[in-house]
Design a protein around this ligand. Structure first.
Ligand SMILES: Cc1cc2nc3c(=O)[nH]c(=O)nc-3n(C[C@H](O)[C@H](O)[C@H](O)COP(=O)(O)OP(=O)(O)OC[C@H]3O[C@@H](n4cnc5c(N)ncnc54)[C@H](O)[C@@H]3O)c2cc1C
Ligand code: FES
Length: 511
């Protein structure tokens, strides 16, 4: 049995933010634009539209910013590893240039919003590096630096890389930034709420109706609007088949206290295993974040081992002792490398979508929001065509059919029950672990807490019916098909599922 990895399972950002308390939607409402999802994409769009004179209502299923945005690394940058070489090869140099221009504009938009709204989110200008340790990676960063420079981006190749370990060289982008993303979006929410615009929490949208007006339904009220923006990361009511054109990719982050002063830079490796590094001074303490261990969310894996590998990297390469927080989250990766922004489908009239932010949504999500602000205000936008959500694009290889067996790759291992001191309470149920068992013919996900408290929910994912699996390192039920995640009481943590797991019956000998 594997021991739990070091650190409390919580994101540094969530652990260091006050919680918000916006009311739930409990009546019908009319606004110009309804926005579903209170992450960086939805809230940036809502505030930009409000500033453009529209009334808006944001409907958030949980608490604003606690989705992917509250679990991010925090880099606000247009340097996305080797994105320009990849995009120019796939879509041409002009598309790569527009992608870079959109992301640079997003950095300036975040900087401007922080200043104008007075958002205390530790916004800090830094340089961002993609670094190479091998000769092969070195050639690739040289190529990326040269291309990005030609595209007008603030790029240079350097062998001077301010890391505490030796590397061969890097592409460096200047004028980049980092933020406490949760405090930033909480600041956006404060600016949105008021003057006939609204933020609602604990209000999952349950249905959408296109038309005039377009309508968003929630449990205790409906919002009638001229236009709807679906910014739920993976779109709900997926009419555009985005779960075939995107796949969810999960990564892990550990945060450790450090005595070292913060670096004026953020870093990402080209060589595998990919590692992401960021330092931050927060409320009088210094932290270093190490991220990586990414894999398709549909891949069966040993999360505890992934956290251990990251902790080992933080100790060996960054000189930290104690890991204080660890967390994981996942983002939608577009099949062709470009975000999807625009109408939900070719048939849609008033329902728009933002998805496929490719793990760079602090800028891609911000740029996407600006595209939709312009579209909905009838203005031209230079990036709308390249991000067009209705473009023809291939399906992702990782978009598993609902009944497909989850992919198992070389480094994947069977998940093991969690705690080493676990006590079996039945041959198939162990304290501190979850198991999928048959209860009177129903496939049931049973979790036994460390103190012996038992919860039982249906193991049938409410998205398209795959069977969820227990993730012992994060203590969640994860769906191997498209990556939905649920807490042990069945609450949706992350879609595409929008409904909680149904209540389940306890096994008779535990009931
Ligand atoms: C490990 C990791 C590290 C990353 N680091 C970086 C980084 O350093 N820089 C960067 O630019 N990007 C980074 N990203 C990507 C970035 O964090 C995301 O792209 C971005 O936060 C996504 O924002 P979002 O608004 O689309 O989604 P979210 O923040 O998830 O917002 C969507 C919201 O919709 C809500 N919702 C869902 N269903 C419903 C419903 N039915 N009704 C109402 N609300 C609903 C959810 O509760 C959620 O709050 C990282 C991603 C990962 C996985
Ligand atoms: S069946 Fe799609 S996420 Fe579970």
């Amino acid at each position: 049995m594997s021991e739990q990895p070091a650190g409390t399972f919580a994101s540094l950002w969530v652990a260091t933010s006050a919680s918000t308390g916006y009311a739930a939607l409990n009546a019908d409402l009319d606004v110009d634009v309804a926005v579903i999802g209170g992450g960086i994409a939805g809230l940036t769009a809502a505030l930009a539209l409000k500033r453009a004179g529209q009334t808006v209502a944001v409907l958030e299923a949980a608490r604003v910013g606690t989705g992917v945005t509250g679990n991010t690394t925090g880099k606000v940058t247009s340097l996305h590893r080797l994105a320009y070489t990849e995009l120019a090869g796939r879509h041409g140099v002009e598309a790569a240039r527009l992608y870079g221009e959109a992301n640079e504009a997003a950095i300036q938009h975040v900087a401007g919003t922080v200043a104008e709204e007075g958002i205390d989110c530790g916004f800090r200008r830094v340089s961002n590096y993609t670094y190479a340790e091998s000769e092969e990676a070195l050639a690739r960063v040289r190529e990326e630096a040269a291309l990005a420079g030609r595209l007008g981006l603030p790029a240079s190749f350097t062998t001077e890389v301010p890391l505490p370990f030796a590397v061969k060289g890097a592409v460096r982008f200047d004028g980049q930034a980092q933020i406490h993303a949760l405090r930033y979006v909480q600041g956006l929410a404060r600016a949105v709420d008021g003057d006939r615009s609204f933020v609602f929490e604990d209000s999952p949208a349950t249905g959408l109706r296109d038309g005039v007006p377009a309508v968003v339904d929630a449990e205790h009220g409906s919002i009638r609007a001229r236009e709807i923006i679906v910014a739920t990361n993976m779109p709900i009511e997926d009419k555009g088949i985005f779960d075939e054109r995107c796949y969810l990719h999960r990564s892990y982050i550990v945060a450790a206290r450090t005595a070292l002063p913060p670096l004026d830079s953020t870093f990402l490796s080209v060589d595998e295993p990919m590692r992401s590094i960021l330092t931050i001074d927060l409320d009088g303490a210094s932290y270093v974040l190490a991220g990586g261990e990414g894999h398709p969310a549909s891949e069966r894996t040993d999360s505890a081992e992934r956290y251990r590998r990251l902790s080992g990297f933080a100790r060996d390469r960054l000189g930290v002792d104690e890991i204080v927080y660890r967390w994981s989250t996942q983002d939608a990766m577009p099949a062709d490398g470009l975000p999807y922004v625009g109408l939900m489908s070719t048939d849609a009239r008033h329902i728009h979508v933002i998805t496929g932010l490719r793990k760079w949504g602090l800028t891609n999500g911000t740029a996407a929001a600006l595209v939709l602000r312009d579209t909905l205000c009838g203005r031209p936008n230079p990036w709308a065509a390249v991000f067009d959500s209705t473009r023809a694009s291939e399906s992702t290889p990782a978009a598993a059919a609902p009944d497909a067996a989850p992919a198992v790759t070389e480094d994947a291992t069977e998940t093991a029950p969690a705690s080493s001191g676990a006590v079996p309470i039945r041959s198939d149920l162990v304290r501190g672990a979850g198991s999928v068992v048959d209860v009177d013919g129903a496939t049931t996900a049973v979790y036994v807490g460390p103190t012996g408290n038992v919860s039982a929910v249906s193991a049938v994912c409410t998205h398209l019916g795959c069977t969820v699996e227990f993730n012992p390192a994060d203590v969640t039920w994860d769906c191997p098909c498209h990556g939905s995640r649920f807490s042990t009481d069945g609450t949706v943590i992350q879609g595409p599922a929008t409904r909680n797991l149904a209540a389940g019956a306890l096994p008779a000998d535990l009931g």
